[in-house]
Design a protein around this ligand. Structure first.
Ligand code: GLU
Ligand code: MG
Length: 443
């Protein structure tokens, strides 16, 4: 197999391969392997000192974690075609390592397939393009991009045409079928959409996309960030997830029922019921940072709306809901942000949805309101539940939710909670400039 692999790569002009994987944060790690030695790596995986990689559950004394490359997902770098990127699954001592995000997703994908489903996922990554200003702080790079409502602004989009068309062209070349790029609702914020695929392919592409955007932005002297809420006065960076189940045998969309309410089948409603039911615990995976919860608020940034969800509701094409049904046969989960590790986020969403199907969880009636305007009393009277307000709350919910923890597996869930609780503690023990401004002179 491996000789054939070497000649296939050579035929494509590939001389080097990044044997890559992601750890808990979703940031890709890699070793660079010349094709002349690809056989060893294809067989045994590329070895890494796990403790140096991030949170993979290893100490400095542990044996290597090995990323065993999945050549089905080989992606030739459009900006450097003699080099390819291959995501892999972690193994230690020849056995699958439980603290591997990609392995966790594969497990949920296989579970779905056993039940006859292919999970199809699309993602809408938003990002901001920044540069250091004269005060040495990162800020939106384009001094002309100053509208309070900059969304869809043609002129600002045009000023970024070189970068945007480079990215769109690369994605076209990769066969992802990108279909739109726009200026989003914050200054110097953009989004690019490409066609959905099965969950694993979309998670791999999303991981590659984030790296590609950063790389091309750097070539323009800019920093691209997917951080959920870099600036308090601007809308944040979401990564909305669109989802449907297809029949594994026929490919038929099982969420599509044109005559049903919102064009959503009973199966689709149950899956959605599961996602709503587990929303608070899921938040710990899909909105994974301290900073994530500064995005999930009502308030009014400069543009007038955060467009981010606060309540555990669903509705038609209403962007104030946690779940929006923009069209028949699929729904959009809007709580997911730019920091979410797509493998863990999708694994959690699938586990929640399958649970919803197993238990026939009814999502209840849809919501029609502008949820940014409903009063506190109105929310209480109608039993509208709230998403976690902080990472700490989300982690408490995760700690109580066996289904969402199950998506990670016992040891990974425990490690996830430990790492994220440390992050919360680190944050809450730091004394911020705001605290000094607010308290110092009064107390
Ligand atoms: N930026 C918004 C968010 O943080 C979403 C805007 C949109 O609807 O595309 O979710
Ligand atoms: Mg958007």
């Amino acid at each position: 197999m491996t000789d054939a692999l070497r000649s296939q790569l050579t035929e494509k002009g590939v001389e080097y391969v990044f044997c890559s994987f992601v750890e808990l944060t979703g940031a890709p790690k890699a070793k660079l392997v010349p094709v002349s030695h690809i056989e060893e790596f294809a067989r045994d995986g590329a070895g890494f000192a796990g403790f140096a990689c991030g949170d993979v559950g290893q100490g400095p004394h542990d044996p290597d974690v090995c990323s065993v490359p999945d050549f089905h997902a080989l992606t030739i770098l459009p900006w450097r075609p003699n080099t390819a990127w291959v995501p892999g699954n972690l193994h230690v001592d020849g056995k699958p390592w439980p603290l591997c995000p990609r392995t966790a997703l594969i497990r949920q994908v296989e579970l779905s397939r056993k039940q006859g489903y292919v999970v199809n996922v699309g993602i809408e990554p938003e990002f901001m393009l920044l540069k250091k200003n004269s005060a040495g702080e990162y800020a939106p790079w384009d001094a002309f991009d100053t509208l309070a409502k900059p969304c869809y602004d043609l002129r600002a989009l045009y000023r970024n045409l070189e970068l945007m068309t480079t990215l769109l062209g690369f994605m076209q070349g990769l066969g992802w079928s990108p279909y739109a790029g726009d200026h989003e609702d914050a200054n110097c914020q953009f989004e690019i959409n490409w066609t959905y695929s099965d969950a694993l392919t979309t998670a791999d592409r999303h991981t590659f996309f984030k790296w590609m955007v950063r790389t091309i932005a750097e070539q323009h002297g800019l920093l691209a960030t997917f951080m959920p809420k870099p600036f308090g006065n601007l809308t944040g960076n979401g990564a909305h997830v669109h989802l449907s189940l297809a029949d594994a045998a026929t490919g038929k969309n099982l969420f599509l029922e044109s005559s049903a309410e919102l064009g959503l089948s009973q199966l689709g409603r149950w899956f959605m019921g599961g996602v709503l039911n587990h929303a608070r615990a899921l938040s710990a995976l899909v909105a994974p940072l301290v900073n994530s919860y500064k995005r999930l608020v009502r308030g009014a940034p400069r543009s007038g709306a955060t467009w981010a969800p606060v309540y555990i509701t669903y509705g038609a094409s209403n962007r104030t809901q946690m779940i929006r049904v923009p069209d028949s046969g699929r729904f959009e989960i809007r709580v997911v942000d730019g920091a979410a590790n797509p493998y863990l986020a999708f694994a959690g969403i699938i586990a929640a949805g399958l649970h919803g199907i197993a238990e026939k969880m009814d999502p209840g009636p849809m919501n029609h309101d502008n949820l940014y305007e409903v009063s506190e009393e109105g929310l209480l009277a109608r039993h509208i539940e709230v998403l976690p307000g902080t990472l700490a709350e989300a982690l408490d919910a995760l700690a109580k939710d066996a289904v969402v923890q199950g998506a990670l597996g016992t040891s990974y869930a425990a490690e996830y909670l430990r790492v994220k609780r440390d992050e919360w503690l680190l944050h809450s023990r730091g004394v911020s400039a705001w605290e000094r401004d607010y308290y110092l002179a009064t107390y």
